[in-house]
Design a binder for this molecule. Structure first.
Ligand SMILES: Cc1cc2nc3c(=O)[nH]c(=O)nc-3n(C[C@H](O)[C@H](O)[C@H](O)COP(=O)(O)OP(=O)(O)OC[C@H]3O[C@@H](n4cnc5c(N)ncnc54)[C@H](O)[C@@H]3O)c2cc1C
Length: 339
């Protein structure tokens, strides 16, 4: 995953970084990540054929892939099967359902939809990952996108009504997404480079502002005040703590990571998302009134940074939730009931 590239983009535009990440993950998940997963020889051959179709579109035709999985239910948090279903028919699949917060809505050539194979009892084990063409009959884009931050992602709602896709639309064979989600947990950390970039941008803006080096502003220096120096020192410490954990998490990323790496991934996601917003808050407080004018980027960084902790499946809250439980319990352990 080009984490450092996303980080650099985010220093300039969080929305572009976030949407580039969605697109990049559409090749990361079926690519190097799926290479590590168990498949039968038949599944591997089918996957290689389908992967070629998707990768050719991206590389040769410049196709952009989005990654809508949120539905407004517990599914995006990984606690229930996706309500969007795919029914097997001759030569392909028929999709029905709804996705909310679909970044790149209306701009993507293909939507990489997580859905559940239609059977009497829906199961998370039957999650499918399907590329739906943006112009497929039965696919409509509705609603508006008028959020606090990340306004450029245009994350509108997708409705699927009997949408037919061919067999080669599957981006992972049956059952393999479920395996990925449990064996390759770092696949859910890929939103954090965007917010790491925002955190760095907030710090760098503050230094330039206090040195009187912001383009278009009078060259007034504010760096000589001890309170500013203390605030910048605090920001640097927080930034370096965040970056160290983030870089360590990137090194850890692999299939079947040991428990400490898995816990560190939650800690890293939590820290990046929460500290990005905290650094933007400190930047505005330290630079002062003129810094939050819309002609300058810091107010946008501040609004964008607020969104990081809300991203499923690893919201800041859910990271704490998982850490609290997994620090104290080994898999399968339960407490005796107290009567
Ligand atoms: C800028 C932006 C871009 C986005 N782009 C995309 C995209 O491209 N594709 C996509 O699929 N989604 C996208 N999302 C959606 C995002 O990942 C979340 O799905 C969405 O923010 C969840 O909103 P919700 O109110 O439905 O959450 P809810 O599911 O209602 O959760 C609300 C909060 O409750 C907590 N919670 C949820 N479930 C549980 C649980 N089981 N146990 C305990 N606590 C829980 C969580 O902390 C969560 O923050 C985007 C969101 C934003 C802000």
């Amino acid at each position: 995953m080009p984490a450092q590239l996303v980080e650099e983009i985010a220093k300039v535009c969080g929305s572009t970084a976030l949407t580039f990440n969605m697109h990049a993950c559409s090749t990361l998940w079926p690519g190097v990540l799926a290479d590590d997963l168990d498949m039968t020889p038949e599944q591997r051959a089918e996957h290689d054929r389908h992967k070629q179709v998707h990768f050719d579109r991206v590389v040769k035709q410049g196709a952009v892939y989005a990654q809508p999985f949120s539905e407004g239910s517990s599914a995006a948090a990984g606690k229930a099967p996706f309500g969007t279903t795919a029914e097997k028919v001759d030569g392909g699949w028929v999709l029905n359902g709804k996705k909310i917060f679909a970044s790149l809505a209306g701009a993507a050539d293909y939507y990489g939809v997580l859905c559940t194979e239609s059977r009497p009892n829906l199961s998370m084990r039957d999650t499918l990952y399907m590329a739906v063409p943006g112009d497929a009959p039965g696919l409509t884009i509705t609603g508006d996108w008028d959020p606090l931050g990340m306004r450029g992602t245009v994350s509108r709602t997708l409705l699927f009504k009997d949408v037919f896709v061919a067999d080669d639309a599957t981006m992972m064979p049956r059952g393999v997404y479920f395996q990925a989600a449990s064996r390759w947990p770092h696949m859910f950390t890929t939103l954090s480079p965007t917010y790491m970039g925002i955190a760095i941008a907030a710090y760098e803006f503050t230094v330039r502002y206090l040195r009187g080096e912001i383009e278009g502003m009078p060259p007034v220096k504010r760096r000589m005040y001890p309170t500013k120096q203390i605030a910048v020192a605090e920001m640097w410490v927080k930034l370096e703590q965040t970056r160290s954990l983030f870089l360590r998490m990137l090194e850890d990323a692999k299939v079947d990571p040991p428990k400490d790496a898995r816990l560190r991934a939650f800690a890293s996601q939590y820290t990046v998302m929460e500290n990005a917003n905290e650094l933007c808050r400190l930047a505005i407080r330290t630079c002062g009134g003129q810094s939050m004018l819309k002609s300058l980027p810091i107010e946008r960084l501040y609004r964008d940074s607020r969104c990081g902790s809300l991203m499923l499946p690893w919201t800041a809250e859910l990271c704490v939730d998982r850490l609290g439980r997994e620090c104290l319990y080994e898999p399968g352990e339960r407490d005796e009931e107290i009567n």
